[in-house]
Design a protein. Structure first.
Length: 363
C-alpha cells in the first residue's frame, strides 16, 4: 500500500545559476498542466489514506492557494497527513501563507540558500535576505508551525564564517528544520558552462559541513539524516519515507515514484506530459539484490543508521555474515559504528559515504 505522494510543479520565473532540476519559465502552460496532473492522479492513485504529500519544483509557490487545495482534494488525507510545499520567499506574503494553511498545507520549506545578498545575486536568486526573514515571520503569524529553510554551502565567495552565520541566523528566527546541501555543479545548469570563481573545493566543503554539524547540534537541532537537522518532533516524514525505502507515488513532469518494486519516472517535457499524463516514461523492476542494496544505501543516510534485524527479516539474509568483510574493514577504520540494532556511519564515514556504499554493491 502506497501512503506517500510527491508532486512536481515544474514552473519557475527564472532559473538559478546552480540549478539543473527540471523546471521551465512556461507559466502560460500552468492551467493545462494542472488539468493533466489531476488526470494522472485520478488514474493511478488508489485512494489510500496518505501519510505525506510533498509539492516540489520548480517553484510550487507560483500556484495559488486555491490550486493547492484542488490538488490536495484528489487525495484521501486526515489530520495526521504531513503536507509540504516548497516556497520561494519573494513570491509569498502573509495573506498567501494564511490561505495556504487553509488549503491544507501544514509544512513549508523555504529556499533561502544564504542570507548574504551579494552571494544571492551571484547565484541568480530572485530574493534578498530580508524577504526570507519576512516570509518566516509571516508564516509563523499565519499559524504555520513547521518551517524548514534550505541552505547551500560552498557557494561562490562564501567562507566558513559566512555559512555558520547563516545557520545561527536561521535558528534565531525560530524555525523547526534546516536542510543543507553542498554546491554541486551538474550538466544543465548555468554554472556548468560558466564556471564560478572562489567556490569551495571538496576539503573546504567538508570543513563547512563538519562546522555546521557542531553549530546546529550545539543550539538544539537533531542531526537525523546526512543533510537534515530538526527540532525534536519535526523530522520530515516525507523524506524519512524515502530513507526507509518505502513506496511513494510520483505525479507530474519528471516526477519519480516507487511502487510494487518498480521505480518509475515521467517525461521531462511539460508539453509531452500535458498531451499524455498516463504513461510512465521509464520503469525499472528491482531484483531482490537491488532492493537490498537500496535499503542499505538509503538506510545509511539516517544518522541512526540501518536496522540489521529488519533487513534480515525483509530479505531473508544474515547481514553480519553476508557483509562481514566490509563491516570489519570500516569498523576497524572508524568509518562505521556498531549500534544496538545495526550499523551507522561515524562523522568521518559520512564524508566518504559514497566510497563505502559502493563496496556494498554486488558485482
Amino acid at each position: 500500500m502506497v501512503k506517500n505522494v510527491y508532486i512536481h510543479i515544474p514552473f519557475c520565473k527564472s532559473k538559478c545559476r546552480y540549478c539543473s532540476f527540471i523546471s521551465f519559465p512556461k507559466l502560460e502552460l500552468k492551467k493545462s498542466y494542472l488539468k493533466a496532473l489531476g488526470e494522472e492522479i485520478s488514474y493511478f492513485y488508489e485512494n489510500e489514506i496518505l501519510n505525506t504529500i510533498y509539492f516540489g519544483g520548480g517553484t510550487p509557490s507560483l500556484l495559488k492557494p486555491q490550486e493547492f487545495e484542488k490538488i490536495i482534494g484528489y487525495f484521501n488525507i486526515n489530520n495526521q497527513t504531513e503536507i509540504t510545499a516548497e516556497l520561494n520567499p519573494e513570491t509569498i506574503d502573509y495573506d498567501y501563507l494564511r490561505e495556504l494553511l487553509d488549503s491544507g498545507i501544514n509544512r513549508i520549506s523555504i529556499g533561502c540558500q544564504t542570507f548574504n545578498n551579494k552571494i544571492l545575486k551571484l547565484i541568480g536568486r530572485r530574493h534578498n535576505s530580508k524577504q526570507v526573514e519576512k516570509a518566516v515571520i509571516n508564516a509563523q503569524k499565519a499559524g504555520i508551525n513547521n518551517i524548514s529553510l534550505d541552505f547551500i554551502y560552498g557557494l561562490p565567495e562564501q567562507n566558513i564564517d559566512d555559512f555558520i552565520s547563516d545557520l545561527k541566523h536561521a535558528a534565531d528566527l525560530g524555525i523547526e528544520h534546516i536542510s543543507l546541501y553542498g554546491l554541486k555543479i551538474d550538466e544543465g545548469c548555468y554554472f556548468y558552462n560558466h564556471n564560478p570563481e572562489n567556490t569551495a573545493d571538496e576539503d573546504m566543503q567538508a570543513e563547512m559541513y563538519l562546522n555546521a554539524i557542531n553549530t546546529l547540534t550545539d543550539i538544539g537541532f537533531e542531526h537525523y539524516e546526512i543533510s537534515n537537522f530538526s527540532k525534536s518532533g519535526f523530522y520530515s516524514k516525507h523524506n524519512l519515507n524515502y530513507w526507509n525505502n518505502n513506496s511513494y507515488y510520483g505525479f507530474g513532469t519528471a516526477a519519480h515514484g516507487y511502487k510494487d518494486n518498480i521505480r518509475y519516472s515521467n517525461v521531462n517535457s511539460v508539453e509531452e506530459y500535458i498531451k499524455n499524463p498516463y504513461i510512465h516514461n521509464k520503469e525499472k523492476f528491482l531484483t531482490q539484490q537491488e532492493q537490498l542494496e537500496e535499503e542499505i544505501f538509503l538506510g545509511f543516510r539516517k544518522i541512526s543508521g540501518i536496522n540489521k534485524n529488519l533487513i534480515n527479516e525483509k530479505f531473508n539474509i544474515n547481514f553480519d555474515e553476508k557483509y562481514s568483510e566490509i563491516l570489519t574493514k570500516y569498523i576497524s577504520s572508524g568509518h562505521i559504528i556498531k549500534t544496538n540494532t545495526g550499523y551507522k556511519f561515524s562523522t568521518n564515514g559520512i564524508l566518504v559515504s559514497n566510497i563505502i556504499l559502493s563496496d556494498f554493491i554486488e558485482i
